[in-house]
Design a protein. Sequence first.
Length: 152
Amino acid sequence: MSAQFKSKHGIVSRYDSELYMSFTDMRNFAAMLPEDKKQGVTATFDTIHANVKGFSIGVKITRREPWSFIEMQDDGAPFKFTAEFHFDPAGEPEKTDFYIVVYAELNAMAKVMIGKKLQQALDQVVDGLVAVSEGRMPEGIPTDFDLSKINL
């Protein structure tokens, strides 16, 4: 059963090109991880793989449209999915309308178990990105987290 999850829209205080470039290289995601979480994570320009709670998860970038769109797909994950990252002009200088759409092949039980959590996670990513772009600490992040590791 295919399921679609769409995040909220967030206005990020960065040019679309700047925001896009931070997502286009999977090594950026690996670099942002705390040192204690980097073990077992491998990344290239196009892929990232990790072991998370006993599951092997991989993601690869399958399509890039400069400054506006990046598509990622599973590359060895417990279920098939595609994630779309949208970087649209927000109508103001140095602002980008950002949102994420995920399509996942989930059976009914999995959809019930993880659907709400996935939706919340997508919204938290958008909220966190907006907060970081404005120089604020995202909610739920420990106060000792080093924001300088996030290059927007």
